[in-house]
Design a protein around this ligand. Sequence first.
Ligand code: SF4
Ligand code: SF4
Length: 288
Amino acid sequence: MIELRVHGRGGQGAVVACELLAQAAFLDGKEPQSFPFFGVERRGAPVTAYARIDDRPIRLRTAIEAPDVVVVLDAGLLRTTPVTDGIRPGGLLLVNTAADPASLPAPRTVRRVAVDATRIAIAHRLGSPTSPIVNTAVLGALARATEVVSRAALGRAVDEFVPAFHAENRAAVDDGFEAVRFADPAAPSPAPVVPGTAPLPPFPEGPVASVSSRTLRTAAWRTLTPVLRTDRCTRCNFCWKFCPDDAIGFDSRGYPVIRLDYCKGCGICATECPPKAIDMVALEGGMA
Ligand code: SF4
Ligand code: SF4
């Protein structure tokens, strides 16, 4: 039996990834199982989903604590979530990142694989530019890296179980399959990243919303970063009004200043800005 654990953020398609994987495994003639675990249910919040695949019926129903394969849909999670906890020796870590797979933090006995699924998803217009849905590209990479499921079965599963954008999702599967990068087995593994415990910086002066997340630094949730274009900004303050995390203040000229420690990258400010003066930009790991 192969056990997989998928780490993602709300809106990236982690749960659907496991469901699609299970459907494709079934089409390959295997016995699959998939189920999610939710934490905070809002866009950008960490989400975990699981899948088991075997040649025989699976009676186990527990959460997977010692996975053979760990899939990470957002490399920013590597900074905050112990994604490789329990991973078996000889297992595989697959991360959606443009970075060198040899730089991925994992035990030495674990194979490290990378695919730039965000680029693929944006190229095929899956999701929105501010919130790309990377799951099918990552599944294509998984098919290549593990052979736990075939590319053909993934394509059929997309056609049968994805409600829309079949051609785009099939293309993402194919691109993910082709774009996999494997770490040099001789390259040393870096030490695991420990989440930061630095005290919160002082919060700048300025107008604040009635509901604030000042005590919760959500920067590590971010996959896309808002970047202001002052040449377009009319200083209307709409972005401040709509930011759910109170992550926007103003400079002395009245231009918005995005407090990246508190910005989770939801993209609401970019959506609501009337002259489209905020771009959501993919920075490696989602951090500025
Ligand atoms: S909503 Fe757009 S135009 Fe208005 S202050 Fe914010 S960035 Fe500037
Ligand atoms: S600054 Fe923009 S992207 Fe960041 S949390 Fe606020 S609305 Fe979301």
